[in-house]
Design a protein around this ligand. Structure first.
Ligand SMILES: NC(=O)c1ccc[n+]([C@@H]2O[C@H](COP(=O)([O-])OP(=O)(O)OC[C@H]3O[C@@H](n4cnc5c(N)ncnc54)[C@H](OP(=O)(O)O)[C@@H]3O)[C@@H](O)[C@H]2O)c1
Length: 254
């Protein structure tokens, strides 16, 4: 009984997880949730300094953790960073592509730079990490979770670049699920609705109120509620789930 309980409490014991965008918000909550489940966690943000607090908090939970910095959109530096993490942690079992940005603007005002940068960080950044980690994840029969967004499914006025990048993440997820299934790797996406983080704290209060009133559960979500979905997909419960997009939005998309 005790053994069973400890397995349930620490479903990721001995596993190595890499979480991008781990300095704050949803990524920080995911890193801590996986660490609480026993995973060693490599925490990635734009600079190691920015991810250090999360790595310290993971270490305080009794697991190996370290902070790293990279621009996820930059292919060669990401490949180099993943090689460093593999060497320092001795493998990779869980990859969570969470780093993301918005540059919202109505279409006629959206610059090419705004469009390209959002696609580069949100979509190409995901591809860069998957490509760099794939060989090792095939060996470990690991799990990949890509953070999309509900607007990648529904679309959203003023977010053409962001919604396109997040819809792209879903297409990438489904394709990789088919490509990596024969190697035992499950690849899924989690699509959050409106979650309380820095990304949404700048929303005009009126717009936030209007959005909130459109959510059937009548509240904004917590980062921990996204982390719980990622934790499930990376644990024993996710072993037979691949290519799916789990929408965690309080019913917003209904
Ligand atoms: N919050 C929501 O309502 C919501 C809804 C749907 C989907 N999402 C998605 O959930 C994910 C996390 O969102 P969040 O709300 O937690 O965002 P956040 O609080 O703004 O945090 C973004 C994270 O991404 C990192 N990051 C941004 N650009 C990067 C780059 N070029 N290279 C490396 N790291 C980079 C940031 O690192 P630094 O600290 O170093 O800048 C930070 O850790 C994103 O993919 C977002 O699109 C969020």
């Amino acid at each position: 009984m005790t053994d069973q309980r400890s397995t349930n409490d620490r479903p990721h014991a001995g596993k190595v997880a890499l979480v991008t965008g781990a300095s704050r918000g949803i990524g920080r909550a995911i890193a801590l949730r996986l660490a609480r489940g026993g995973a060693k966690v490599a925490c990635v943000a734009t600079s190691a300094e920015r991810a250090q607090e999360t790595a310290d908090a993971c270490q305080a939970l009794g697991v190996q953790s370290a902070a790293y910095g990279v621009d996820v959109a930059a292919g060669a530096p990401v490949t180099e960073l993943v090689a460093t993490i593999l060497a320092e942690f001795g493998g990779l079992d869980i990859l969570v592509n969470n780093a993301g940005i918005t540059r919202d603007q109505l279409l006629l005002r959206m610059t090419e730079e705004d469009f390209d940068r959002v696609i580069d960080v949100n979509l190409k950044g995901t591809f860069n990490f998957v490509r760099a980690g794939a060989r090792t994840l095939m060996k470990s029969r690991g799990r990949i979770v890509n953070i999309s967004s509900v607007v990648g499914v529904t679309g959203n006025a003023g977010q053409a670049n962001y919604a396109a990048s997040k819809a792209g993440v879903i297409g990438l997820t489904r394709s990789l699920a088919k490509e990596l299934a024969s190697r035992g790797v499950c690849v899924n996406a989690v699509a959050p609705g409106l979650i309380a983080t820095d990304m949404t704290s700048g929303l005009d209060p009126k717009a936030a109120e209007a959005l909130k009133s459109a959510i059937p559960l009548a509240r904004i979500g917590d980062p921990e509620e996204i982390a719980a979905a990622v934790d499930f997909l990376c644990g024993p419960g996710g072993a037979y789930i691949t290519g799916q997009t789990l929408i965690v939005d309080g019913g917003l998309s209904l």
